[in-house]
Ligand binder design. Structure first.
Ligand code: UDP
Length: 432
């Protein structure tokens, strides 16, 4: 068996917060699963050293996540076979030399990719055991399914069946594992012992005190980039004030510093640039901030303890990010989904609606009304919360860790380069 301390690299980029959260989750689970085995690990993004436009991946994501129409166009275009073939060829031809030079490939003993743009090239460049962990829930892009991996972990039955049906990856490589979320969510869930149980109510009260929250509160999250929340924050505040609901609104702005600043100073959101959109989608409730009022807004920057806020708050308003949904389900906080990234996150909305642990609407007045109703109706919240807990799963990371370590100690990689090479040699011989 191997004697060297294994070195694991996680291929990830900060396009949103979900990929990094999954890498951290896996790192923690790999540590917990093999406490007696020391290993080293690092998170690597291969693109900063790549060619244009690949090196601007993070900036492009920030822009596109704020412009869903452009996202939709690019997502669907790049999800077609001809485009994929061209993109694979282009990324390989223009980047492979630079990426091959990176030292991480020789240092690594195990490679785990949690990012769809880091599957194809790394699998060509490196021969080490390669695991792909898909960090999407209900739908995902075809770039995840690069076939040369040792194993591929998928989060839901939907994705598993999709991958099998299309024959993208050999069935024996597919593992249905769930979406890895950080172990702290599982630990918080265990301590709480059910959101509306006696223990849960007591635990949540303590948590509210610890975080300086008073009474019931609504939590807003917009992924790592803190997108698409502003209108809804003001709409919900107005509606709750109009109906006399006493509450606080906690807004996690993530890396969106402008939003944090605007909310801290109660400045109105910038006007929409598109005039047609401004006229057609004029919200029926006024979204201009109203200073004061009985509902306090608490803006936060990027936080490292979302699990604590999800325990303490009563309703979570968010975009349909897979990470946030999986975390919310594990802690049973009822959801109000207000948007999704077309294509990539649309399947996540179905998962929440099918499980009846959340609502979905894009309209500001409707969201404001639904959230206000939820804040008034403790019974409905408890019911939705129980539905969420039923599909919640904080053990996915552990399951993945178990498979990776077992493969490692058995010296198994599952990557059949020999067979492939033999096939090419045979084909070449016949051609001649
Ligand atoms: N997150 C966090 N702190 C923040 C904002 C977000 O830790 O201030 C985490 C959140 O808990 C989740 C991830 O970032 O794990 C967001 O992932 P998701 O898949 O929901 O959306 P993405 O940002 O990847 O589009």
């Amino acid at each position: 068996s191997p004697t060297k301390v294994p070195h694991i690299i996680f291929l990830s980029a900060d396009t949103g917060g979900g990929h990094r959260a999954s890498a951290l989750s896996l790192n923690a689970s790999l540590t917990a699963h093999h406490l007696s085995t020391p290993f080293t690990s690092e998170i690597v993004n291969i693109w900063p050293g790549g060619a244009w436009p690949y090196r601007d991946l993070v900036e492009a994501y920030v822009h596109l996540s704020r412009h869903p129409r452009q996202w939709k166009f690019l997502y669907h275009l790049s999800n077609t076979t001809p485009y994929l073939a061209w993109m694979n060829a282009d990324t390989v031809l223009r980047n492979i030399k630079r990426i091959r030079k990176m030292s991480c490939w020789t240092e690594a003993d195990i490679i785990v990719s949690v990012h769809p743009t880091m599957t194809n090239i790394p699998q060509i460049v490196s021969r080490k055991p390669f695991y792909t962990v898909i960090t999407d829930l209900g739908s995902c892009h075809a770039t995840w399914f690069s076939r040369r991996c040792s194993r591929m972990f998928v989060a839901s039955d939907k994705l598993y069946n999709k991958a099998r049906k299309r024959g993208w990856v050999r069935t024996e490589k597919l593992v249905r594992s769930g979406l890895p979320i950080r172990p702290v969510f599982g630990e918080e869930g265990e301590r709480m012992g059910g959101r509306y149980s006696e223990q849960g109510v007591k635990y949540r009260k303590e948590k509210k005190e610890k975080l300086g929250l008073e009474g019931d509160s609504v939590l807003f999250m917009g992924g790592g980039e803190g997108v698409g929340m502003e209108e809804y924050v003001w709409g919900v505040k107005r509606q709750m004030e109009a109906e006399g609901v006493k509450s606080q609104i906690v807004v996690v702005c993530g890396r969106n510093k402008d939003l944090h600043e605007r909310l801290s100073n109660s400045t109105p959101p910038p006007p929409k640039r598109n005039i047609l959109k401004r006229i057609l989608r004029r919200p029926k409730v006024e979204c201009e901030p109203e200073k004061g009022g009985s509902v306090e807004i608490i803006p936060l920057e990027f936080i490292d303890n979302p699990q604590e806020y999800m325990v303490a708050c009563d309703v979570l308003v968010t975009k349909a990010g897979p990470g946030t949904i999986a975390e919310a389900a594990s802690l049973g906080i009822p959801l109000m989904l207000t948007s999704f990234l077309p294509g990539q996150e649309s399947g996540n909305v179905d998962i929440v609606l099918e499980a009846s642990f959340g609502n979905f609407s894009t309209s500001v007045p409707e969201v404001s009304e639904l959230v206000t109703n939820l804040m008034r109706d403790g019974g409905l919240r408890a019911e939705m919360s129980r539905n969420g807990e039923k599909i919640g799963d904080a053990k996915a990371g552990e399951r993945i860790a178990e498979v990776i370590w077992e493969d490692y100690w058995k010296g198994r990689t599952g990557r059949d380069f020999g067979k492939r090479r033999r096939w090419f040699r045979e084909a070449w011989r016949r051609m001649r």
